[in-house]
Design a binder for this molecule. Structure first.
Ligand SMILES: O=C(O)[C@H](O)[C@@H](O)[C@H](O)[C@H](O)COP(=O)(O)O
Length: 221
C-alpha cells in the first residue's frame, strides 16, 4: 500500500475517532456505519487502535452480500477481521444477514435489528465502485429506484454486475447521519467522482445521491 493511502487511512481514522468521541460525550451510544470492499481495510485497522469506550459504539454495514459470514465475500467477515480487533474488540457489531436463504426473505428480520440502533448515525462511511455505485445502490439494479425512493431502512438487491444477492440500507436511511464521508482511492475513482459532480442523474451514478448532503471526501492516488 502507498504511503499516501496509509496516511489517508490514519487521517480518516482520526476524524472518525473525533466524531465518535464528540457524540459519546453527549449521548449514551454512537452508531458508525461502514462500507465493505477492499478500500476500508487500512482505515479499519487504524480506527481499531483508537482508545474509545467501544462498548458504547454500535457498528453496522452500509450494505452486505447475502453470503455466509465465513465467505471471503462477506463484509461482516471483513469487519470482524479488521475492525473488531485491538481496542475496538468490544464494539457492538450488527450484521445485515440472517438465517433466511435470500435477502428478500430476511430483510424484515434484519430491519427490526437495525431499528434498535442509535440513529441518526454519528458517521456513515461510503465507498464507491467504478460504476458510481455506493453501498449496494447499483446503476444496473432493478431495485435502484426503490432503494432511492423508499423510507424503509433496508432493501434486498439483485444486480447483473454482482455475483451475489445483496441487502443495502436505502438512500433515505443512509442520509440519517450527522456526518457523511466518501473514502476512495486511485485515479479511476477520482475521474468517476469528477463525472458524478458534473451531472445530476442519480440513477446513472448513484453516488450522486450523497453529493448534496455535506460530504467529506477522503481520496488518495
Ligand atoms: O459491499 C461492497 O462492495 C461495498 O459496500 C461497496 O459499495 C464498496 O464500497 C464499493 O464497491 C467499493 O469497493 P472497493 O473498496 O473494493 O473498491
Amino acid at each position: 500500500m502507498s504511503e499516501a493511502r496509509k496516511q489517508l487511512a490514519e487521517q480518516l481514522a482520526e476524524a472518525v475517532f473525533q466524531a465518535l468521541s464528540e457524540d459519546l460525550s453527549r449521548q449514551a451510544r454512537a452508531l458508525l456505519v461502514v462500507s465493505g470492499g477492499s478500500t476500508p481495510v487500512p482505515f479499519f485497522e487504524a480506527l481499531a487502535a483508537k482508545a474509545l469506550p467501544w462498548e458504547r459504539v454500535d457498528i453496522t454495514l452500509a450494505d452486505e452480500r447475502w453470503v455466509d459470514e465465513q465467505s471471503s465475500d462477506s463484509n461482516a467477515k471483513l469487519v470482524r477481521e479488521h475492525l473488531l480487533i485491538d481496542k475496538a474488540v468490544d464494539a457492538n457489531f450488527i450484521p445485515l444477514t440472517c438465517e433466511a436463504t435470500t435477502p428478500e426473505e430476511g430483510v424484515d428480520e434484519v430491519a427490526k435489528r437495525a431499528e434498535s440502533l442509535a440513529w441518526p448515525a454519528s458517521v456513515v462511511i461510503l465507498g464507491m465502485g467504478g460504476d458510481g455505485h455506493t453501498a449496494s445502490l447499483f446503476p444496473d439494479s432493478q431495485e435502484l429506484g426503490l432503494a432511492l425512493a423508499t423510507d424503509e431502512p433496508l432493501v434486498a438487491v439483485r444486480t447483473p454486475s454482482q455475483p451475489q444477492p445483496r441487502i443495502t440500507f436505502s438512500a433515505d436511511r443512509l442520509h440519517q447521519a450527522h456526518r457523511h464521508i466518501l473514502h476512495i482511492t486511485g485515479d479511476d475513482k477520482r475521474a468517476v467522482l469528477a463525472n458524478a459532480l458534473n451531472g445530476d442523474d442519480v440513477r446513472q451514478l448513484p453516488i450522486r445521491a450523497f453529493l448534496s448532503c455535506p460530504l467529506a471526501i477522503y481520496w488518495a492516488p
